[in-house]
Design a protein. Structure first.
Length: 356
């Protein structure tokens, strides 16, 4: 497929990537995107959650294109080298979001498109998507995440984040027995072993359980504490309630000196949709028409699909240019040719969905 790099579309993604928007600090990027959408003919504004929202077109078919505008921390000098845009968020997920805006700029008869630049996807809150989930469901929805221009994502694992705190009476550093930090690590080992055993012998049911952070301190001289941040990634068929219940049961049977308390910080259930929905089929056909070989993917991470699919229940996939191996890395980069291809695919998809 011959690709044309439209200067305005390249400027759109480059300008968006150039504005820092670490999660919970997205306001400047949101305002910038709203302005750019207005210039392109969108009815654009900032919603109550702080999302950038642009509507374009009219008709009985409503399509929501929702990508997140926030990024993880880590400043990367923004530049173009060898046809690639390098910078934090180029892949995850400002590239997909800019492709949404570029594709929707050409209205399709009978279709109203709402583009959302959602905030706080990279935070446990997922504030932007959770707010949109309270609104009426569209006919179709596409989540902006890197799938590759010729790939479509139909599933994500679920996520559960727990804070585990251990506390006990302070003791002298030379006292026998494990420190409170060592006791915390022993409890983490039990959690990890339980997760491994739960998925043993069933590859599809594999549960990832990771120690995301730890802090131990002497406290106030009377009590010493250790805190763990534990993150689970869970497949379909396993619920966050089940895992939390098992963690609490282990806390109740903890045989150390410390008292164990558990708090749920964030959670999303696994999300999976069929490859045969009208929106998935439209993508497959559009990719073929563009000269690609479509592939359907299931990701080990989470996305705003985990929030919106159970709330809206409409046909939904995740799509966007970029190689997910660059997510959150110091070498995050987006091939501009693939960005252009994804815009062409998205325009074709909107035309195919215009009949409802």
């Amino acid at each position: 497929m011959e690709v044309e790099l439209v200067p305005d579309d390249v400027a759109l993604v480059g300008g968006l990537v150039a504005i820092p928007s670490v999660s919970r600090g997205e306001a400047d990027a949101v305002e910038w995107l709203v302005t750019r959408m207005r210039e392109r003919g969108f009815r654009a504004s900032v919603d109550a959650a702080g999302n950038a929202v642009g509507e374009i077109g009219e008709g009985p078919v409503h399509v929501v294109l929702l990508g997140h505008i926030d990024t993880v921390p880590g400043e990367i000098p923004v530049r173009v080298e060898d046809g690639e845009l390098i910078g934090r968020g180029a892949v995850d997920a400002k590239g997909p979001l800019a492709a949404f805006v570029a594709a929707a700029t050409e209205p399709v008869a009978g279709v109203k498109v709402t583009v959302v630049g959602a905030v706080e996807e990279e935070s446990p809150t997922s504030k932007g998507a959770r707010y949109r989930a309270t609104l009426a469901a569209p006919d179709w929805c596409v989540i902006g995440e890197p799938s590759g221009w010729d790939g479509v994502t139909v599933g994500y694992k679920g996520r559960l984040v727990l804070d585990v705190s251990l506390s006990r009476s302070a003791r002298h550093g030379a006292s026998p027995g494990p420190t409170v930090a060592e006791e915390a690590l022993a409890f983490w080992s039990r959690l990890s072993h339980a997760a491994i055993q739960r998925g043993a012998g069933a590859r599809a049911a594999r549960i990832d359980c990771r120690l995301e952070g730890m802090h131990a301190a002497a406290g106030n001289g009377l009590v010493e504490r250790a805190e763990l941040r534990v993150g689970y990634r869970l497949p379909s068929g396993v619920t966050t309630d089940e895992l939390e219940h098992e963690a609490r049961a282990l806390a109740e049977t903890h045989d150390g000196d410390a008292e164990v308390a558990i708090e749920r910080i964030a959670s999303e259930e696994p999300a999976r949709t069929a490859r045969t929905t009208p929106v998935a089929t439209a993508f497959a056909r559009a990719i073929v028409a563009a000269g690609g070989r479509p592939s359907f993917k299931e990701k080990s991470g989470t996305s705003d699909m985990n929030v919106l699919l159970p709330a809206w229940g409409c046909p939904m996939v995740a799509y966007g240019p970029g190689d997910a191996q660059y997510d959150h890395t110091p070498i995050e980069r987006l091939a501009l040719a693939d960005y252009a291809r994804s815009i062409a695919v998205l325009r074709d998809v909107l035309r195919r969905l215009s009949s409802g």
